[in-house]
Design a protein around this ligand. Structure first.
Ligand SMILES: [Zn+2]
Length: 265
């Protein structure tokens, strides 16, 4: 893809990222995503357009509100950078077509869902329902599936395996550790992810998610930063596992070969 197109993708990605930040802040507190215009959560100072330019404003303002000096979270530029990065990655890898737009929209939902889960320990049901609908509705253009009506069955099966796979892990985990390991939100979100990835993809995504989650927990223990209730938000890892599966592994066969090489390394 040529440089001009990529620059355009970065600019559009940054602007969408700015909107994703609005979603992350407003969805959990059930505020409208459109009106009113953004304001500082502390002093309610209406943010001027020149203080609302993705990334640039954050650094010009030195991460502080112009009015009350309240610290602005690094999440804002981070989400904008992620949104631009994925726009470039998805369109360069998959070309400009409806499927790329679908996948990018799904990744943007993952980003919003992850930050909400990190901050509020909840994945709103709307995310799971939207993912499930997108997965089923786009099954015939999904390159993971074989096409036609059969795709619908593959999408359904993925949703089913995703839902019951996580349910089983949650059930076993609860029996073994005598406490809730995964929330209902995680189980529902995996149905939506399964509808997009199919049954093989969703199993691989689950294995990867557990692996990433485990690495994170080990990191937290080493840094002595584990929460008082000894739990983590698992949603972000489910999303990460799904993204890695999507871009790296096609099926269980390729995944098993990779795992064999990884283990014998
Ligand atoms: Zn302020």
């Amino acid at each position: 893809m040529d440089l001009a197109t990529n620059i355009l993708l970065i600019l559009v990605g940054l602007i969408v990222g700015s909107f994703l930040n609005v979603c992350i802040y407003r969805i959990p507190i059930k505020k409208s995503l459109i009106a009113p215009a953004s304001s500082c959560p502390t002093c309610e100072y209406k943010i001027k357009w020149y203080d609302n330019i993705p990334i640039i404003s954050y650094f010009l303002l030195k991460a502080r509100c112009r009015d009350c000096d309240t610290w602005i979270s690094f999440r804002y530029p981070l989400v904008e950078i992620l949104a631009a990065l994925f726009a470039v990655l998805v369109f360069n890898k998959l070309g400009i077509n409806l499927w790329s737009v679908t996948i990018l929209a799904v990744i943007y939902m993952f980003i919003v869902g992850s930050f909400i889960d990190f901050e509020h320990r909840i994945i709103p049901d709307g995310f799971s329902i939207a993912l499930l609908i997108v997965g089923l509705a786009t099954c015939t253009i999904n390159p993971h599936f074989d096409g036609g009506l059969y795709s619908l069955w593959q999408s359904f099966l993925g949703a089913f395996i995703g839902f019951f796979g996580v349910w089983l892990i949650a059930y076993v985990g609860e029996k073994v550790f005598k406490k809730e390991c995964m929330g209902g939100g995680d189980i529902k979100i995996m149905a939506g992810i399964g509808a997009l990835l199919g049954w093989e993809g969703v199993i691989i995504a689950l294995v990867l998610s557990s692996f990433f989650g485990l690495l994170w927990i080990i990191g937290l223990i080493l840094a002595k930063k584990i929460d008082e209730d000894n739990s983590i938000a698992f949603g972000p890892f489910l999303f990460l596992g799904a993204i890695v599966q999507f871009f790296v592994f096609r099926g269980l066969y390729e995944f098993s070969i990779f795992m064999q090489n990884f283990i014998t390394l």
